[in-house]
Design a protein around this ligand. Structure first.
Ligand SMILES: C[S@@+](CC[C@H](N)C(=O)[O-])C[C@H]1O[C@@H](n2cnc3c(N)ncnc32)[C@H](O)[C@@H]1O
Ligand SMILES: [Zn+2]
Length: 304
């Protein structure tokens, strides 16, 4: 399989030949269903990540969303505005993703998404003339990267790679934009995942994390709503806003925008946050993310 030169061995970052053998360390990688399998078998925590691969389809079956519905997938992530859903989490993704498209992505950019699951972002980025690359651990044909075949039939081909966001198989500074949706909190090592996002974007490139669950500093990191996920092997964590911001700064990223994930319209409905909005969006957002026990944030940053 011919891969762009910026795709590298996840273990040593050597170049890969046409057979996906690393020219530097000799490790071999496979391709299946058109998806190169670029996991570093020696990475710390790989066993826990492999468990997560089976956890997602199991969870989806239990919760009744293990299905490939063309009408729903074609509207992703705009399920509330296009299909009249009232789902708070999709509403948050919709708000954050729209800002990403409007303010941070430019026509022709090379854009990486980690934790892309079905890779629905392709249907907005490829028509913009972007070179979109989707990564996830999960390659399942219904809820993982395998479902990308449906989006490819709509917008044309793009690269899907099985990869670990904590050990990306890409050369330094390969992308203009790197983003993820509800993925950082699955990292076993949050710092490693954010450092990898920072490493693979060019200088002053954009790193964005959308719709990450946060907790107020005064509540426990054990969110009871994540119990079932954890039993199924999904790696769940819940960090504070401050932990995320500090991780970004330490990775050499400058946060330039912070959003209450569901956006200002949702804050306007709240009693105190609604009043604080009159002072400004930032004070209202900081209040919400520090006072509400569990909430969601999106952060947009630039590489220094
Ligand atoms: C909550 S889902 C979000 C999926 C997708 N971004 C969306 O919003 O529709 C989190 C995704 O992150 C992926 N993930 C978890 N840990 C990962 C890792 N270390 N590297 C890459 N992807 C990971 C999971 O497989 C899952 O598809
Ligand atoms: Zn190598």
């Amino acid at each position: 399989m011919h891969l762009p030169a910026y795709v590298r061995c996840p273990s040593c970052r050597g170049e890969l030949d046409a057979e996906l053998v690393c020219r530097r360390c000799g490790r071999r990688y496979a391709v299946a269903e058109g998806i190169p399998r670029l996991l570093d078998r020696d990475a710390p925590g790989l066993a826990a990540k492999l468990r997560e691969i089976d956890g997602w389809p199991a969870l989806a079956r239990e919760q009744g969303w293990y299905e490939a519905d063309d009408r729903i997938d074609a509207a992703l992530p705009f399920l509330n505005s296009e299909l009249g859903w009232t789902d708070r989490s999709w509403g948050a993704t919709e708000h954050g993703f729209r800002l990403l498209l409007e303010r941070y992505v430019r026509r022709g950019d090379r854009v990486l998404e980690i934790g892309a699951a079905k890779s629905w972002a392709s249907q907005h980025l490829v028509p913009l003339g972007c070179e979109y690359v989707a990564c996830d651990l999960v390659t399942d044909p219904v809820i993982g990267l395998g479902r990308g075949a449906f989006f490819e039939s709509r917008v044309g081909p793009y690269l899907r790679v099985q990869a670990d966001g904590e050990r990306l198989p890409f050369a330094d500074a390969s992308f203009d934009v790197a983003f993820c949706v509800a993925t950082l909190h699955h990292a076993l090592d949050l710092g490693a995942m954010v450092r990898e996002l920072a490493r693979v974007v060019r200088r002053s490139g954009v790193v964005v994390a959308l719709n990450e669950g946060t907790r107020a500093p005064y509540v426990s990191g054990l969110n009871p709503e994540q119990e079932r996920e954890k039993e199924l092997g999904i790696n769940e964590h819940v960090h504070t806003l401050w932990a995320y911001l500090w991780t970004f700064v330490r990775a050499g990223l400058r946060p330039v925008r912070l959003e209450y994930a569901e956006g200002p319209a949702e804050l306007a409905r709240r009693r105190i946050a609604g009043k604080l909005l009159r002072v400004g969006y930032l004070p209202a957002t900081l209040w919400a993310l520090n006072a509400y026990p569990y909430a969601g944030m999106s952060v947009y940053a630039r590489r220094l």
